[in-house]
Design a protein around this ligand. Structure first.
Ligand code: PLP
Length: 403
């Protein structure tokens, strides 16, 4: 057996994987146009009389996701907060969400005293388990956040049914799911409101940024107002009908995002193609378990490619040891999220707002995060066939050593 790179043997791969972000003359052209338009902020009109790029982005991004309306904002975290408030969630209300997600899903409600209630994920998909949602609903529950983790799509059919029958708002955290589809329909407006992030690591980026999508005119207007110092669309400049923030995106960000949106389709296609090859190759590695893709996910955004160690078949290595060994082979695999139901600052904040400790155990998410799940981040899926075969070769080599 060939010695592992971590033991001084030759690594499987020496060539680097693709850098992120991907950009070029199109971003440059759009940025320069925004600069010379003399309109840099997200209000008013261009000197040249053209309409703001932000409006064009909101329209095109919404259309790409089969949604009627979009409102851009500063980032995904504030997009979640605004979406919750636009859906009527208030201080003290409970919001059901999975624990296996970025902290923003929980911190957004906690920033105004709404309480996250963690409901465990499905072992096969790492997505919110619809079987466990119903028993977590109380008279205080106002919303469910479906997190489309990794760019997969949570079971929107069942979650929509549950939300409808209990009169709850259904919000999609699609920060990792630009372009993903459920049964042929774009994510973002499958529930009442959906949010996306354009932070540096996401599949479409302007460094920072966010957007809310919806088919509901009233809710999207409320979101716009909350992000625009309480103004009303079409109203006066100093007409403030509620207390809101200034969370506007700039024209520079929107300009870059228009160019990024043009790249997204092709990149989605490449990520799907490479993920399919990975699936085929990693599926043959003994001791590795693949994440199940629901056939109703007709397009997966692959912000992450997640796969699992089967701990009972990999007796000689812990997850962290396995990951370090694969990294040494030249493949930048990383461990994933620690579950939020154990995050001390989340628990402290819940206690502060709710006035009591609310320990919530999520054994599936905890076991998966502690002992099983690892990620490849999205830029790696923009590599060529050789890059993908090297991932599989490195994983197979390390698995052969430790099983
Ligand atoms: C990135 C991310 C967010 C937050 O977006 P920001 O733009 O970084 O504020 C929220 N939820 C998930 C699942 C994310 O991955």
């Amino acid at each position: 057996m060939e010695p592992l790179a971590i033991h001084g043997g030759p690594p499987v791969r020496k060539a680097p994987y693709p850098d992120w972000p991907v950009f070029g003359v199109e971003e440059q052209r759009q940025l320069t146009a925004a600069l010379y338009s003399g309109k840099w902020g997200g209000t008013g009109e261009r000197r040249t009389g053209e309409r703001p790029v932000i409006e064009e982005l909101e329209e095109r991004f919404a259309r790409f996701h089969d949604a009627a309306y979009g409102v851009t904002l500063v980032n995904g975290t504030m997009a979640i907060l605004v979406a919750l408030q636009a859906a009527g969630v208030k201080t003290g209300d409970e919001v059901i969400m999975p624990p296996y997600t970025f902290i923003a899903t929980a911190s957004a409600p906690l920033l105004f005293g709404a309480i996250p209630v963690f409901v465990d994920v499905e072992e096969e998909t790492l997505l919110l388990d619809p079987d466990k949602v119903e028993s977590a609903i109380t008279p205080r529950t106002k919303a469910i956040i479906a997190v489309h983790i990794a760019g997969a799509v949570a079971d929107m059919t069942r979650l929509k049914d549950l939300a409808d029958s209990y009169g709850l708002a259904l919000i999609e955290d699609a920060a990792q799911a630009h372009g993903a589809q459920w049964e042929g329909k774009g994510v973002g407006a499958l529930g009442h409101l959906g949010i996306f992030s354009f932070q540096s690591s996401k599949n479409m980026t302007a460094g920072e940024g966010g957007i809310i999508l919806s088919n509901d005119r009233e809710r999207i207007d409320r979101a716009w107002s909350l992000a625009n110092v309480g103004r009303v669309r079409g109203g006066g400049w100093y007409q403030h009908e509620r207390i809101g923030w200034n969370l506007r995106m700039t024209e520079f960000q929107a300009s870059i995002l228009l160019a990024q949106l043009d790249r997204l389709k092709e990149q989605l296609h490449l990520r799907e193609k490479n993920a399919a090859l990975l699936e085929e190759l990693l599926g043959k590695v003994e001791g590795i378990r693949l994440i199940r893709r629901d056939p109703r996910v007709t397009r997966h955004a692959y912000h992450l490619y997640m796969f699992c160690l089967s701990p009972d078949r990999m007796r000689k290595a812990s997850l962290s040891k396995f990951i370090r060994a694969v990294q040494a082979e030249g493949v930048p695999v990383v461990p994933g999220y620690p579950p939020l139901n154990r995050n001390p600052s989340v628990l402290r904040s819940i206690r502060d707002w709710a006035g009591e400790d609310r320990l919530q155990s999520c054994p599936v998410a905890e076991e998966l995060a502690d002992r099983q799940v690892m990620w490849l981040k999205q830029p790696i899926l923009l590599t060529d066939g050789q890059g993908i075969r090297d991932v599989a070769r490195a994983v197979e080599k390390v698995a052969a050593w430790y099983r």
